[in-house]
Design a protein around this ligand. Sequence first.
Ligand SMILES: Cc1cc2nc3c(=O)[nH]c(=O)nc-3n(C[C@H](O)[C@H](O)[C@H](O)COP(=O)(O)OP(=O)(O)OC[C@H]3O[C@@H](n4cnc5c(N)ncnc54)[C@H](O)[C@@H]3O)c2cc1C
Length: 400
Amino acid sequence: MDRRTLLKTGGLAFVGMGLGACGPKTPKAPPMIGTIGRGVRPALDLVPVKASWDRIIHTTVGLRPYRASGFVVKPEKLDEKTLIHNYGHGGGGISLSWGTSYLAAEMALSHRERRAAVLGCGASGLTAARQLQRRGFDVTIYAKSIPPHTTSNMALASFTPTSRVVSTTRRTPEWDEQFRFAAEYAYRELQLLVGRDYGVSWIDSYGTMDEPPPERIQSPRSLLPAHLRIGREILGPGQHPFPLRYATRQRSMRIEPAIYLDALVRDVLLHGGRIKIRTFDTRRDLMALTENVIVNCTGLGSRDLLGDNELTPIKGQLTLLVPQSDVNYKTSGGLDSTSGQFGIGLHMTPRSDGIALGGTAERGVWTMEPNAEARKGIVDGHIALYQSMRPPRHLSAQVM
Ligand SMILES: Cc1cc2nc3c(=O)[nH]c(=O)nc-3n(C[C@H](O)[C@H](O)[C@H](O)COP(=O)(O)OP(=O)(O)OC[C@H]3O[C@@H](n4cnc5c(N)ncnc54)[C@H](O)[C@@H]3O)c2cc1C
C-alpha cells in the first residue's frame, strides 16, 4: 500500500471511528484505552490544525549562520580594542544565545573599560547586551537591521541547541566544552523567562511514525548532556489521534521570536542601553568605534565583515497559517511528501502570530525567495496529516 492510499484509508477509518462514537448530541465520557506501562487512561484528544491553502497568511525565509566547526566565541586583540566574537550558531542560535553571550561577557571583563559596543541586534546581540549590562557595562548596540528584520525573527524557534550547530567530524573537545556550558546555561535562563511576557512556554511535542521508535541511547559522543533531554512517552496504535501507528510525546520549550526579541529590546533599553542603526563593511570600520570593548554578534554577516569563509547559510522557511488558539501541541515528522529533496522534516508549531509550518534546510543557498516546491511539500504534507487525524470527541459530537 503506498503512502497516499494508507493516508486515505487511515483517514477514512478515523472519520468512521469519530462518527460511530457520537450518536447522542451530548459528549460521552471518553473511552478508556491502555497505555504502555501506565495502566488505563482516557484516549488522547487533540484539536487538528485547520491546514489548507486558503488559510496561509505568509511565508518567511531566514538564513541560518552555519559553521561546520561550530560557533565562534573567542577574544581577539585589535590595537587597544578587544574584539570578542559570538557568532555562527547555525540552527541553534535562539536556544544557545544566553549561554554563548555569558561566555562572551565574561571575556569582556578582562578589559578595564566598562563601555561596550555590541554589533548585531538578533538573539545573540541582544542577550550579549544584557549579559554585559548585568556586569555593569554601558552598552550600545550597532546593527544594520533590528527586530523584526533579523534572522532571529525568522526562527521557529524551539529549544534546539544541537540543531545544525556543528559537523560531527569537526568538533573539538574545547568547542564541546563551550557548547555544553552554553546549552546548560541557556536552558536554565530560558526557563526563568517562562510566563514572564517573553513568549517562552512549555508545550507537548508529538513525533509520529509508522515503526516503533528506537530506544534513545546516550552515547559518550552525544553533544547534549543527558539531563537536558526530557523523557518521552511512546504511544502505540489507538492511543493517539495521528494517522501513523506510533507517536512519541515529550514537553519542549517554545520561544515565540516576535514577542521574545521585542522583550529583549525593551530590557536592553530599560537598563540604559542604546540601539543605533549602522553597517560595518570591513574590520577597519570597527576602529572608528569609540568603545574599546566590542562584541561581534553579526551572525552570517561575519562572513563578509571578517572574511570567515567557513560561514555558510542554511536557508529555512516557515509558512504561517491563520492563528488557531485551540491548538496547544506541536508535531514533527510524519507525512513528508517531498522527502529527501531539501532535507525536509515536517514540523508544526502553534504560535500567537500563526501556525508555523516548516521546515527546510537548504545548505549554501543565499536567496531570500521562498522555495515554492518546498512550500508545497510542507503545506500538502500537513494538510494530509491533519485531515487524517481523528477529531476530538467533543468536535465529533458537534458534527452529529
Ligand atoms: C527557519 C528557521 C528556523 C529556525 N529555528 C530555530 C529553532 O527552532 N531554535 C533555534 O535555536 N534557532 C533556530 N533557528 C536559527 C536561529 O534563527 C539563528 O541561529 C539565530 O537567529 C542567529 O542569531 P544571531 O543573533 O547570531 O544572528 P541574526 O539574528 O542574523 O542577527 C545578526 C545581527 O547582526 C547584524 N549585522 C550583520 N552584519 C552586519 C554588519 N556588517 N554591520 C552591522 N550589522 C550587521 C544584523 O543586522 C542583525 O542585527 C532557525 C532559523 C531559521 C531560518
